[in-house]
Design a protein around this ligand. Structure first.
Ligand code: NAD
Length: 457
């Protein structure tokens, strides 16, 4: 049997060899999911809700060991692993609390013996191919509403978060979700590709633009529901009336949290020329205070780079920025190993000729660009093929509204950043993806509305 070897990116050590799937086992598991789905959908919603409530209790009970597993395989600082698991709980509560309302049948017409009703059916069997950077969040954004609405789920966690994916499966099964209704697959890209070959009614993907585009091409003519949650190059504008120190502290965290490996990390900063220098000084001071080191230590802020190839991306963006005249203010190189480490890196005097202002860095690297006006900031913020989130810092609500309403992004932030809420839809414009998760729309996404025309005889 194939094995997938799991390494700790902070030390380079092998943690585990896990039996991996192949095309035949993917086909068999998906077929079993199809056979099991109708009985799951036929169970009362209250039973499915009770399963997710027991799953939640399992997460709470095992939180510390789950956090350690995630930190060991992704290099995420342990405090941030705990934060992710604690942050998951209100998401689960939201889904369990709202699913009744979203899926209740609706009578939309009732006159002269004629009734019209909308029924919210499950899609059937859905595939979920997931990312490693927030494996609990991005996994459960799909898995939980999909199960609650009566779907069977075939879930392929990232090969960089496999142990976490298997823990999600263990806890769901312990909570009463039948084994074939929720199935985890182990493996990398080829196992994900094998899942695309199966008969499924929906494919929900979180990951890079490159993989998302390949998946869209592969499944295009198959007419399944396709959602792609992809990367970003998220901009923030700091106006001249903002407090430069407060904005710098907030944005340094937004840029470097999870070692910059968040889909909604702040990836570009534009600062009004009047406060540019004060902002940059405070930003660099904050970043220099971030402690890099053993992700298992409570006071570590900068952890490992999870995927070794990303070090080359960071190095190339840094070399390109330097060659094109950017000013390196701190960092700019790998940190000594073993494991995958990169120093938190800040550039000023950047522009849109540079890769670090165009393509996702997905690491602790940020460029700060000076602007002369709100109009210039808006033009630069929109100069991107991505559109996941964007923000503005100013005490002036009307100014913030005016700037943000002109920005092409799925989530808009006023005086905050790098924030996700279960109550709000999570979606991207442009190459940041199609479809959405979270909010009531992110429950509805796993259902198919069916029309009933009913005339009493
Ligand atoms: P990735 O695209 O490398 O991998 C994502 C998943 O796709 C993995 O499970 C991988 O095994 C699988 N895969 C790879 N090749 C495949 C193929 N040919 N067919 C089917 N599946 C295949 O991305 P990643 O490194 O895991 O994640 C980082 C990216 O995810 C970043 O770009 C980040 O911005 C994005 N992301 C987006 C969101 C969001 O909500 N928009 C959330 C988290 C991460």
């Amino acid at each position: 049997m194939n094995h997938l070897s799991i390494y700790n990116p902070a030390t380079g050590e092998k943690i585990a060899d896990v039996p991996a799937d192949d095309a035949a086992s993917v086909a068999a598991k998906t077929a079993r999911a199809r056979a099991a789905q109708p009985a799951w959908a036929a169970r009362p919603l209250s039973e499915r809700q009770a399963c997710i409530e027991r799953f939640r209790a399992g997460v709470v009970r095992d939180l510390e060991s789950l956090a350690q597993t995630m930190t060991r395989e992704t290099g995420k600082p342990i405090k941030m692993s705990r934060n992710e698991l604690n942050g998951l709980l209100p998401r689960l509560d939201f889904f369990v609390g709202m699913v009744d309302t979203v899926t209740a049948p609706e009578t939309v017409y009732d006159e002269g013996g004629m009734k019209e009703r909308i029924e919210h059916m499950p899609l059937g069997v859905v595939g979920n191919i997931s990312a490693w950077n927030y494996p609990w969040f991005v996994g459960c954004n799909v898995i939980v509403p999909a199960l609650l609405t009566g779907n069977a789920v075939v879930y392929k966690p990232s090969e960089y978060a496999t142990l976490t994916g298997l823990e999600i499966a263990r806890l769901l099964h312990e909570a009463g979700v039948p084994p074939h209704v929720f199935t985890a697959l182990v493996g990398g890209g080829p196992v994900g590709a094998a899942l695309l070959e199966q008969k499924i009614e929906g494919l929900f993907f979180t990951g890079s633009y490159a993989t998302g585009a390949r998946i869209a091409q592969t499944v295009g003519s198959r007419f399944m529901k396709l959602q792609l949650e992809l990367g970003g190059k998220d901009p923030t504008y700091v106006c001249d009336d903002a407090d430069p120190k407060a904005a710098a502290e907030s944005l340094a965290d937004g840029a470097m949290y999870n070692t910059g490996q968040s889909c909604c990390s702040v990836e570009r900063i534009y600062v009004h020329e009047k406060i540019h220098d004060a902002f940059v000084a405070a930003f660099v001071e904050t970043v220099k205070g971030f402690k890099a080191g053993d992700p298992m230590q409570d006071d570590t802020y900068i952890g490992a780079i999870t995927r070794a190839p990303q070090l080359d991306v960071l190095e190339a963006q840094v070399a390109d920025a330097k060659a094109k005249g950017a000013t390196l203010l701190t960092g700019g190189q790998r940190l000594p190993g073993p494991g995958n480490w990169y120093a938190p890196t800040v550039f000023s005097d950047v522009n849109h000729q540079m890769e670090l202002m165009k393509e996702e860095s997905f690491g602790p690297l940020i460029g700060i660009q000076k602007v002369a006006s709100d109009d210039e900031a808006v033009q630069l913020m929109n100069d991107s093929r991505y559109g996941l989130t964007a923000g503005v810092y100013t005490p002036d609500a009307a100014r913030a509204q005016k700037v943000l309403s002109r920005i092409n992004a799925g989530s808009l932030y006023w005086n905050c950043c790098d924030r996700v809420s279960p109550r709000l839809p999570w979606s991207g414009f442009g190459d940041s993806g199609v479809g959405l998760t979270l909010s009531t729309y992110g429950i509805e996404a796993f259902t198919r509305p069916r029309a009933w025309h009913l005339r009493a005889a």
